[in-house]
Design a binder for this molecule. Structure first.
Ligand code: HEM
Length: 457
């Protein structure tokens, strides 16, 4: 049957085309991609080719899965690529003026202006906030309680972002942010009708997004007005991201752009870290031996005290656990780019309008680089292994100049939460494997991820 037809990679000769996964005539790969993107990615992975062609909704695209080619696109030749039409189309109306989507000189000016908010010392100062909020979340649980862990982790990361970005009271943050993030998740879900119609079309989801967006902007207006009424001294004492944005001149940071920047940080930093933590608890609960080793490390380094940013240097196994979680379940499961001129990749000629899909999901599970790639094995991350790994066989935070500006922030936030909560509780995973996943804006579970927590003596 035509749907089962799969090209095998052949020798690359001038003018030859990359192999393609099975396709239905006329609609090509569109149906498979819409119905089951994860299955489609996996079929591409099974083809064992470094470049694979596809056609979705009339757009020609290529999966690029060899680390050397990933490095060329993201780092060496990054000037030949942009984020591309797909991302602009889906995200542009909310965050088109934010760091994630800007291009060229405008992007460079914004990245330079925002970088100080993510300097090492600045982030270390957020450590106490991260630990305190994690402890508060844990204080709300009781011994033996069973619950879906993702909403709990979302609450944690939203509190952290509300405090570090805006420095406002949690109730105010939750009221303005949670409905907007939930509505955006709904709108950007490829299974929802709203993902395919302009925001102006009044579908129920679109109406929710617009009303939540208006509340967010109004709350932001209020907070900005309060800041402007403060003395210069009080303003200088603040270390949240909003105060940095407000200190920039009006030409660099218009009010519209300020809203887009904050929303960019929220969209990029909320679910990504909440999912990372959710996958961590799921995996630790399924691997009691890993959890026990982590407990031993925490007990001997911290002795029951809550962790500080400094303590993280003493917790190498925790670092390996997080690294391995992000390998197996990268919340940013793919990176998209579009060439701005004709390029050659893996011997194939690629036209400027092509969509490049550079999937962490496949590269991180490629058995050429990882032994037993589907297994959760933090122990694999020895220094020797790290050195032997091709640079871009692992890139959960992207790479090159457009790598995640929040990487250090996210890793610290996740590690402080894991250390705080794993000291208090042992996690038992109730949800049976396999964990069902969907490729939405981030790699998300389709069912509740239920855990049971047991107080540690
Ligand atoms: C585990 C958590 C996170 C993961 C896996 C992640 C992943 C990524 C990836 C893969 C990129 C590059 C995208 C590309 O090249 O197209 C990126 C960019 C970005 N991330 Fe993150 N991220 C995380 C957390 C955060 C946090 C906490 C923030 C902010 C508070 C943040 C803000 C951003 C921004 C602003 C960009 C765009 C940077 C630019 O283009 O200059 N991310 N992230």
């Amino acid at each position: 049957m035509a749907t089962q037809e799969v090209d095998r990679p052949g020798p690359v000769t001038p003018g030859s085309k990359p192999p393609r996964p099975g396709r239905v005539p006329l609609v090509d790969n569109t149906l498979s991609m819409l119905r089951d993107p994860l299955g489609f990615y996996d079929r591409v992975g099974e083809m064992d080719a470094d470049v694979v062609g596809y056609n979705v909704a009339g757009t020609t695209g290529y999966f690029v899965t060899h680390p050397d080619l990933v490095e060329r696109i993201l780092v060496t030749d990054e000037g030949d690529y942009e984020k591309g039409a797909l991302l602009q189309r889906t995200l542009g109306e909310y965050i088109g003026e934010g760091l994630f989507l800007l291009e060229g000189d405008e992007w460079k000016a914004q990245r330079t202006a925002l970088q100080p908010a993510f300097y090492r010392e600045r982030i270390a100062a957020y450590g106490a906030t991260m630990t305190d909020f994690a402890a508060e979340i844990g204080d709300g649980w009781t011994d033996g309680e069973r619950f879906d862990v993702l909403p709990e982790m979302r609450e944690y990361t939203l509190r952290v972002l509300g405090k570090t970005l805006l420095d406002v009271d949690i109730d105010r943050t939750a009221g303005a942010l949670e409905p907007l993030l939930a509505a955006l998740r709904e709108r950007l879900d490829p299974r929802s009708l709203s993902a395919y119609v302009p925001l102006a079309v009044p579908t129920p989801t679109n109406r929710r997004v617009r009303s939540a967006r208006a509340t967010f902007e109004a709350t932001l207006d209020d907070i900005i007005a309060e800041r402007q009424a403060e003395t210069a001294e009080d303003r200088a004492a603040r270390d949240d991201v909003l105060s940095l944005l407000l200190s920039l001149d009006e030409a660099t940071m218009t009010r519209e752009r300020l809203g887009h920047q904050l929303l960019t940080f929220l969209v990029a930093g909320h679910d990504t870290t909440a999912l990372t933590l959710t996958y961590t608890w799921y995996l630790l609960g399924r691997h009691p031996e890993v959890q026990a080793t982590l407990h031993d490390e925490l007990d001997s380094a911290l002795g029951g005290a809550d962790p500080t940013a400094e303590d993280l240097f003493e917790l190498p196994y925790l670092d390996d656990v997080l690294t391995e979680v992000l390998r197996l379940y990268p919340p940013a499961f793919t990176t998209f780019r579009q060439p701005t001129r004709p390029v050659e990749l893996g011997g194939y000629d690629i036209a400027p309008d092509a969509q490049l899909t550079i999937p962490q999901w496949l590269v991180h599970r490629d058995e050429r680089w990882y032994d037993d790639p589907d297994s959760f094995r933090p122990e694999r991350w020895t220094d020797a292994f790290d050195e032997s790994l091709p640079d871009y066989a692992y890139y959960p935070f992207g790479g090159g100049p457009r790598h995640c500006i929040g990487m250090r922030f996210a890793r610290m936030e996740a590690k402080l939460a894991i250390a705080t909560l794993a000291q208090r509780y042992r996690f038992e995973t109730v949800t049976e494997p396999p964990l069902e996943l969907a490729m939405r804006i981030t790699l998300s579970p389709t069912e509740p991820v239920d855990v049971r927590v047991h107080e540690r003596a």
